[in-house]
Design a protein around this ligand. Structure first.
Ligand code: SF4
Length: 339
């Protein structure tokens, strides 16, 4: 199984009979010799765990940071964005199914190996202010992200995770010193919905969001509103109140429209009215920065004190940033974020 680029994995414990337990994400897969974990990107070879997608990039782009989306973190800057194939969740509506779920086309062994050093040379040349580990689930190519993140910090470049938030506490122990910002996708606010549609549990995601916040990571939350799945008032209100009370009312919340996907095409696109209703619920919970995604409008930042328009965006493109020294130029209100 092994080839010269398979990387011995971090975060696992040997069990008896050459079995092992992977401790990278909250699935904590017990993997028999010769088998792979649930994400299909980590394999037990003779009692040792290997990362199969280490250094195998399926996407690399220079994106506006707003595309992550992060609206209060170095606005208007470029983020060098990379992904290896794989995910530890199975969301029925996944927008990146082709690269997030193991299949023949994205078999890591068919992708060119790019060492962390080689990638980092390109990152430096790009003059990007941050590196985003994104598109798929960065947790499942953690070893590579850790290596690149260490280099980034030595060069003053920030690290960004765009993640489902289902990492293990052990992974966060190792990675938090290197993580500067994250957008966590909270997919629903009902554990049975989470289990049914993603294969993961809600509480781990909520606990990890709290941990990121408490560790000083700049955090924004995204929720894709899927009609009939997570758009009922109880879930939207529950999630809004969780963000307000546990993560803080200054945590930006991105409410995105769902569009039918190949894997989930029996459901209609989210009505614009549903997004607006959810935004109102968020406001009534006290949230100060709520944005609409996958649609035009409702992408600008306003001062929560005097309502002056502070950042004008055309969808994910920054048009104008009027924030001065982290504050509203009209009333002096401090605006939460990394400016
Ligand atoms: S990363 Fe998660 S899903 Fe993948 S093998 Fe490890 S515990 Fe299982």
């Amino acid at each position: 199984m092994k080839n010269k680029h398979h990387q011995r994995a971090l975060l696992w414990t040997a069990l008896d009979e050459k079995k092992l337990r992977c401790e990278l994400c909250a699935h904590y897969c017990v993997i028999a010799d010769g088998k792979k974990g649930l994400c299909k990107e980590r394999q037990n070879d003779d009692g040792v765990l290997f990362s199969l997608n280490y250094g195998r990039l399926i996407a690399a782009n220079i994106d506006p940071i707003e595309k992550k989306p992060l609206y209060h973190f170095l606005p208007g800057s470029k983020s060098f964005s990379i992904a290896s194939p794989g995910c530890n969740l199975r969301c029925a509506w996944c927008q990146n199914w082709d690269i997030s779920q193991a299949n023949e086309r994205n078999d890591p062994s068919r992708l060119e190996f790019i060492s962390a050093d080689r990638l980092f040379t390109s990152i430096l040349r790009s003059k990007a202010k941050s590196i985003a580990y994104t598109y798929t689930e960065p947790t499942v190519f953690f070893e590579y992200t850790l290596e690149v993140s260490r280099m980034a910090h030595e060069s003053g470049i920030k690290n960004v995770y765009v993640s489902n938030g289902y990492m293990s506490s052990q992974m966060l122990d190792l990675y938090l010193p290197y993580l500067d910002a994250a957008n966590i996708d909270i997919k629903a606010f009902d554990n049975s919905v989470y289990r049914k549609y993603t294969g993961a549990g809600l509480q781990v995601v909520l606990d990890n969001c709290k941990r990121l916040k408490n560790a000083g990571v700049w955090l924004e939350i995204t929720t894709l509103l899927v009609p009939g799945v997570n758009d009922d008032e109880a879930q939207v209100r529950g999630l809004a109140e969780f963000i307000a009370s546990e993560l803080g009312v200054e945590t930006p919340w991105h409410l995105s429209r769902f569009f039918p996907q190949r894997q989930f095409d029996q459901i209609e696109a989210t009505a614009i009215e549903s997004i607006h209703q959810a935004m109102e619920i968020g406001k009534s919970a006290g949230l100060k920065y709520i944005y609409a995604g996958n649609m035009s409008g409702s992408a600008d930042t306003h001062c929560p004190n005097c309502d002056t328009t502070l950042i004008i965006r055309d969808r994910i493109l920054l048009q104008e940033n009027r924030i001065q020294n982290g504050a509203c130029p009209s009333c002096g209100q401090k605006i939460a974020g990394i400016w």
